[in-house]
Design a protein around this ligand. Sequence first.
Ligand code: OGA
Ligand code: MN
Length: 193
Amino acid sequence: MEAAIDALASAHYAVIPNFLSANMQQALHNELLQQQEKGFFHEAGIGRGIQQARNVDIRGDSICWLETDFAAGGQYLQVMDALRQQLNQAFFLGLQSFEGHYAHYQAGSYYQRHVDRHRDNDARVVSAVCYLNQDWPVEAGGELKLWNAHGELLVTLPPQGGTLVIFMSADMPHEVLAANRSRYSIAGWFRRD
Ligand code: OGA
Ligand code: MN
């Protein structure tokens, strides 16, 4: 995690392969599918509050917010809380909380280039996306593309299971490319309210 914190400081993003143990990845993936079967997923919106609009042209994922009483998701929230404290110690960011949701992109779904910090709300400081796809072949697509504030492409990352990517929420545009199969992840944000 030291290297990741250095990378976040110098490049404003870090990629951490095998962040999740195989067991944890499997447990999260199973829980995601269970929540989906129970009908607890909904189509993701854009923006906040009354401006929230469903628009699959911009974003096609379905989501389910993690709750502390989820068996696997609750554990993930604890892991993220430990990371929150590490980030605060390294950067004095004053991060107060973490929110995250399971996400499912069906084959052909994508999320157009966007920035995570909302125009009307600057609570999101650091973004953290963790992938739950076992054995993702490169030809499956579904890459995350990440640019810096100057518009330079930094990385094109396949959504390989267990990998965590963190980046500054305020000024880093990114995009989720369509995949030819279901793409599973947890997207989350460290917040300062
Ligand atoms: C998001 C997002 C990236 C990914 O949910 O805001 O950008 O790779 N996700 O799933
Ligand atoms: Mn995003």
